[in-house]
Design a protein around this ligand. Structure first.
Ligand code: HEM
Ligand code: MG
Length: 240
């Protein structure tokens, strides 16, 4: 294939975005994980058929709110997306690692949360991840953060990106030849854990962005806000 998957080499960096990590592991992005905005905008179109305007918006949104970095976009968070045993991600790197636009609370699928992802897909999606599952899992992760994270903050832009990421899995990880909004678990876990596209993967049939995010939000509406004095003290803040 033109874009073979390759395992990490010593020094390769990855971040919290399964979409970008996978592009790097297939060589759509530099395999070392250090990419410029224009490389990212091109790669998400080539690999997933992300709408170019949406891709530009999302990429620069991340950059602007993180100090206008032009590199290290994938080297986010300092935590390996792998099993955690993988030492290839440095402890702390710049880029989108600051806790702002994208790297935010109530993440869906860090490897330690993969069991929740699978359990919710079983319970609400007959074993597939779909919009119904997205609505329930997103709400559950928010409630869990309110209950467990004294510093939980859920305001714009993270408020929006949280809902958008919930639908990225449906819009970009479902094979373009059977584009039915139902994501298989083995495919999902391949992206998340191995940063790997399925064999003979076909991207979305037409350019697409965050379609469906409003349905995820509408499943369990919650106003932007934050915990103000420890856990379970969530206060809506409609100005943010
Ligand atoms: C999460 C960046 C495109 C799928 C994230 C996160 C970042 C990020 C920083 C971490 C958010 C968090 O704290 O949970 C970007 C940038 C993109 C991009 C700059 C440029 C276009 C994509 C694409 C896909 C994708 C094309 C799918 C093919 C996801 C998913 C999550 C995520 C599913 C949620 C992961 C989780 O909650 O565990 N992205 N991303 N992203 N991204 Fe991307
Ligand atoms: Mg996070």
């Amino acid at each position: 294939a033109q874009h073979p998957w390759k395992p990490l080499r010593y020094g390769d960096m990855r971040g919290p975005c399964p979409g970008l990590n996978t592009l790097a592991s297939h060589g759509y992005l530099p395999r070392n994980g250090i990419a410029s905005p224009s490389q990212i905008i091109a790669a998400v179109q080539e690999g997933y058929n992300m709408d170019p305007h949406f891709a530009t918006f999302v990429t620069y949104l991340g950059h602007i709110s993180n100090g206008n970095q032009v590199t290290d976009l994938l080297s986010i968070g300092g935590k390996s997306p792998n099993t955690g045993a993988d030492p290839h991600t440095p402890a702390s790197v710049s880029g989108l690692s600051t806790h702002t636009t994208f790297e935010g609370d109530a993440s869906l699928s860090r490897v330690d949360l993969a069991h929740q992802f699978v359990a919710f897909s079983k319970k609400y999606g007959r074993g597939k991840y779909n919009l119904k599952v997205a609505g329930e899992l997103r709400y559950h992760r928010i409630q869990q953060s309110i209950a467990e994270n004294p510093n939980f903050t859920f305001v714009s832009p993270r408020y929006n990106t949280a809902y958008t990421e919930s639908v990225f899995l449906i819009n970009f990880f479902v094979d373009g030849r059977h584009y039915d909004g139902q994501l298989d678990m083995d495919v999902a876990l391949g992206f998340f854990k191995d940063m790997r596209m399925p064999h003979d993967f076909h991207r979305a049939p037409k350019p697409i962005g965050g379609d469906g995010f409003d349905l995820v939000e509408a499943a369990h509406p919650i106003l932007p806000g934050r915990n103000v004095a420890g856990v379970n003290t969530y206060q809506p803040d409609p100005t943010s």
